[in-house]
Design a protein around this ligand. Structure first.
Ligand code: ATP
Length: 230
């Protein structure tokens, strides 16, 4: 579904990514882990068109998408749940979810399916989005992204700042999302979660892939050595 080859990314003269190779298939869940400044967010921004990269460096569904405008990327079927969620404060939960329909992509996701995925949102649907707990706001952000019927759902720092019990609820939704072929790419700080809940993982370090493999087959030591650069 998505192939990244020899991706380099820059902020002015500063090079943040060096020759990243990466791929994902339909319905796969993949985690990216790595210390602060490793390049995880830059990688996601490169895919979503928020940073200019070489046109051929990223191909999605067989088309080169490097440097394509973010709104065109959403229309092609890539949706991002940004770090910090960025919900619209003046809108209700349901209105936030409906913003996801603006891409007008057809598919199985609608309000009813999002409420089935996250039942906690049903009774809060008319409430201002920012009055919800952090975990429920994350559910709204994921639901809003799903409403655009993505082929690839990208979640930056999915569990950052959330209580473990809420993180469990959010990860419980993952198989229901990937079950119909949507791929999920997740930036995760918690190595245990990344290992347990995803099919494959990549560990970034200093803008390069330090380790990649099937999550179940990599040992915790291999992962933490790559994470800390040992
Ligand atoms: P974190 O977990 O702290 O968000 P990260 O792995 O997502 O880290 P990035 O945010 O991608 O890392 O940063 C990669 C490198 O690019 C870092 O050295 C960072 O300082 C630098 N960087 C990130 N954003 C910018 C920017 N807007 N301008 C200049 N340099 C930046």
């Amino acid at each position: 579904m998505i192939t990244v080859q020899n991706l380099e990314a820059f902020y002015g003269d500063f090079q943040a990514l060096f020759g990243i190779d990466f791929s994902m298939r339909e319905g796969e869940s993949v985690a990216i882990i790595g210390a602060n400044g490793a390049g995880k967010s830059t990688f996601l921004k490169s895919i979503c068109g928020q940073i200019k990269v070489g046109p051929q460096a990223i191909s999605f569904a067989g088309r080169p998408i490097g440097g394509v405008h973010p709104s065109d990327i959403v229309a092609m079927g890539i949706a991002m749940v940004p770090e910090g969620r960025r919900l619209f404060p003046s809108l209700s939960v349901e209105e936030n979810l409906l913003v996801g329909r603006m891409s007008k992509r057809s598919g199985a996701w609608n309000l009813q399916r999002v409420y089935e995925l996250f039942p906690a949102l049903v009774e809060k649907r008319k409430n201002p989005a920012l009055t919800l707990s952090g975990g429920q706001q994350q559910m709204v952000a994921i639901g809003r992204a799903l409403m655009s019927n993505p082929k690839l759902l990208i979640c930056d720092e999915i569990s950052l700042g959330l209580a473990p019990v809420v993180v469990k609820d959010i990860y419980a939704a993952l198989p229901k999302i990937t079950g119909d072929g949507t791929a999920a790419l997740i930036v995760e700080q918690d190595i245990d979660m990344a290992k347990r809940m995803t099919d494959r993982l990549y560990c970034f370090m200093h803008g390069k892939v330090a380790l990649a493999g099937k999550s179940a087959e990599l040992s915790k030591k291999q992962i933490s050595d790559a994470y800390f650069g040992i």
